[in-house]
Design a protein around this ligand. Structure first.
Ligand code: HEC
Ligand code: HEC
Length: 203
């Protein structure tokens, strides 16, 4: 944290992205009623295709909402949801969802060992980096960097995203050199399902 604080002093422009002080969770809550139908009351969705967004970090949420609003991340069910929102509205929503408690889930028994191995160690001979390096040992993500929480995420949503990165349908990671695309390219459908299942049970 000290390193981040030092960076903030050196580069004040980072401040917008590095914390949630630019967003009001109360103002976000006031906009969140329409989101509840798909993402659940507090951002823990009830449907396997809809992402949990509770407890997700501010920086990741804010950026993804901008990309969805601006048509840079295709998300058919989100069409129209963010159209009229200003950056301030999105920061308020991000602050609200970040402040909500993330759901904890359990993994199925199948392929747990394979999922754990990929998560912790990657797959060396296919150049797949360990997920834990960026998403954290407990799957909580890396808030200052804006790397998303993936612990407890719905497997169906998780698998859809990995496939979209792999097929080049989700390009939101281009700002990091297509890091998720490179990783997903190295994974078979079975390996993606195994790591999705393992991540679902992380806490
Ligand atoms: C009709 C259902 C629906 C509604 C209403 C809806 N969403 Fe979504 N949202 C989705 C789906 C489905 C996705 C995943 C899109 C995809 O497959 O890429 C998503 C994705 C997201 C993401 C990206 C999550 C991630 O992990 O990358 C955020 C953030 C988000 N929605 C916020 C909101 C907010 C805020 C509202 C209310 C203003 C809202 N959504 C309303 C269905 C909905
Ligand atoms: C070098 C860092 C890094 C590594 C290693 C990494 N990720 Fe990611 N991951 C990211 C970043 C950054 C994003 C968000 C990129 C974007 O903006 O779309 C992301 C996004 C994701 C998402 C989408 C989250 C959402 O809510 O939509 C999933 C799922 C995911 N990663 C799973 C994995 C898995 C599984 C592995 C290991 C096989 C892995 N990641 C390894 C950095 C990494």
């Amino acid at each position: 944290m000290r390193v981040v604080a030092a960076l903030l002093l050196l580069f004040p422009a980072f401040a917008v992205f590095a914390d949630n002080h630019q967003g009001s969770a109360d103002a976000g809550a006031a906009q969140a009623a329409v989101c509840a139908a798909c993402h659940g009351e507090t951002g823990n969705s009830m449907l396997p295709n809809n992402p949990h967004i509770a407890g997700q970090n501010f920086k990741y949420l804010f950026r993804q909402m901008q990309l969805i609003r601006d048509g840079e991340r295709p998300a058919p069910l989100m069409i129209g949801q963010l159209d009229n929102k200003t950056d301030q509205d999105l920061m308020d929503l991000a602050a609200y969802y970040e402040s909500q408690a993330p759901k904890r889930d359990v993994a199925a028994d199948a392929d747990l060992e394979l999922g754990e191995r990929i998560y912790r160690a990657g797959i060396l001979d296919k150049g797949v980096a360990a997920c834990a390096a960026c998403h954290g040992p407990s799957g909580a993500g890396n808030a200052p960097a804006g790397f998303p929480r993936i612990a407890g995420q719905e497997s169906e949503y998780f698998i859809n995203q990995m496939t979209a990165y792999r097929e080049g349908q989700r390009l939101t990671d281009e700002y990091l050199g297509g890091v998720m695309r490179q990783i997903a390219i190295g994974l078979t459908d079975g390996e993606i399902a195994a790591v999705a299942n393992y991540a679902k049970g992380l806490r």
